[in-house]
Design a protein around this ligand. Structure first.
Ligand SMILES: [Zn+2]
Length: 432
């Protein structure tokens, strides 16, 4: 059956990517390429699905209930007492714990609402398989939502959800770790047959992956937070901790659009613009300062970061919409609408879209001349503009350069799930 390609989804003006904060990934962060063998059909599985898998739908689920000595309709507590099946007992116990603490004062899984679609209206797509290996828990924490899932021994994401990120404030490190702890508890309770052996945990901001510390994140209100240690204490499992965009870009190499290009650049264009330079399949970190494509200067305009001329001020999806609204006073539904208006002959929209394309061309031309990536993988909301973006960039890049080896420009494949897939793959690396 043909799967709808999320890249052709009209709601591509995603603000899903917390792409503008500086990062300090670790040298060991992604490790050497050691790719799992992924069946082609799994690699390409991108069909949209509902936001989460049924909470009670696991293989050890309710069909088997009642066979252990209590009737199917018996109270859960009785079933727990009567069964000698440890798996079932654990599950029943967890359900009872859920029921007992299901209230606003004692938030549990039942108290954590699902975010069905993000701010741009985009729903969570089914995640590709990461291939066979140890079962792991994985979390991708963003400024507005947390993606969580349990990956089974086949590498399939079970119980993939998107839930709100706790509001930044006092004691945020502890509250954030407790939130992912609750999400993990719920996943383990719902799928007791899958026993995770490690945890993947990625966050935006300045990340010192070696130390396991979120050095700074304005979105999450974190400063020098020892998140890896806190998460290891909470889960009692080894935790792989890393930067979200770096991990997502690496996942595109391991599983997605960059799989044939160990020397490539990934650019995520959403609210902001961030990127990763992949050298021989490993993210180049530059001591933590590489990849800030969104804040590479190509002009003189002011940037909120304090520098001038930063790319993302004119070329992010957020900037395209904002600039049009500022110029016209007309509210638009994201960059998508600005591009549509440009196509229809709106002169202001045409100018803003052209300036964005020229700015992106300039940055990619610089990367081409200096780094010579084999490919540039473009993800984030703007990548779903399709030919309006890619054909234009290819033409402008060819016109701008001469003898250079012009990189292949390809859309990212893992959509909004690159971060959690990378998080799960990283977790596999720390399994003892
Ligand atoms: Zn800047």
């Amino acid at each position: 059956m043909a799967s709808p390609d999320p890249r052709s989804d009209p709601r591509w003006d995603s603000t899903d990517d917390s792409a503008s904060e500086r990062r300090v990934p670790a040298g060991h962060a992604a490790g050497a390429p050691d790719r799992p063998e992924i069946p082609v059909e799994s690699r390409n599985a991108k069909s949209p699905s509902d936001a989460s898998v049924s909470a009670r739908g696991s293989a050890a689920g309710s069909d088997a209930a009642g066979k252990a000595g209590s009737g199917a309709d018996a109270p859960l507590a009785d079933a727990s007492a009567a069964t000698d099946d440890p798996v079932r007992a654990r599950r029943v116990e967890a359900e009872r714990a859920d029921a007992e603490t299901d209230g606003p004062d004692a938030p549990t899984d039942a108290g954590i609402p699902d975010v069905v679609s993000d701010a741009s209206g985009e729903r969570l797509a089914r995640a590709a398989s990461i291939g066979a290996g140890a079962p792991v828990l994985a979390f991708d924490v963003g400024g507005t939502d947390i993606k969580s899932a349990l990956f089974d021994a086949d590498g399939n994401a079970v119980g993939l959800r998107r839930t709100p990120t706790p509001d930044a404030g006092d004691d945020m490190p502890a509250r954030l770790v407790e939130r992912i702890g609750e999400l993990g508890d719920a996943l383990r309770a719902q799928h007791p047959e899958i026993v995770p052996q490690a945890v993947g945990f990625v966050v935006p901001g300045i990340v010192d992956a070696d130390a396991g510390v979120a050095v700074f994140s304005s979105n999450l209100g974190l400063r020098n937070a020892p998140l890896r240690m806190l998460a290891e204490q909470r889960f009692g499992l080894p935790v792989a901790f890393d930067h979200d965009v770096g991990t997502a870009s690496w996942a595109e190499y391991m599983l997605g659009a960059a799989r044939d290009y160990p020397n490539s650049v990934a650019i995520i264009i959403g609210t902001g613009i961030a990127g990763t330079i992949l050298v021989d399949g490993v993210p180049y970190t530059g001591g933590g300062y590489a990849g800030e494509i969104g804040h590479s200067p190509i002009g003189e305009w002011p940037c909120p970061c304090g520098a001038r001329g930063c790319l993302e001020v004119v070329a992010s999806a957020g900037a395209i919409a904002r600039r049009y609204e500022e110029a016209t006073g007309v509210e638009v539904d994201g960059a998508r609408e600005v591009i549509a208006r440009a196509v229809e002959g709106d002169a202001v929209a045409d100018q803003i879209w052209n300036e964005a394309l020229d700015a992106l061309t300039m940055s990619i031309a610089q990367l081409t001349a200096v780094v010579a990536p084999e490919a540039v993988v473009i993800g984030g909301g703007l990548s779903r503009a399709g030919g309006a973006l890619f054909d234009e960039l290819r033409a402008r890049l060819a016109a701008r350069l001469s003898f250079h080896r012009i990189p292949v420009l390809i859309p990212a494949e893992l959509s909004g799930n690159a971060g959690i897939l990378g998080s799960a793959l990283r977790a596999r690396r720390v399994v003892a």
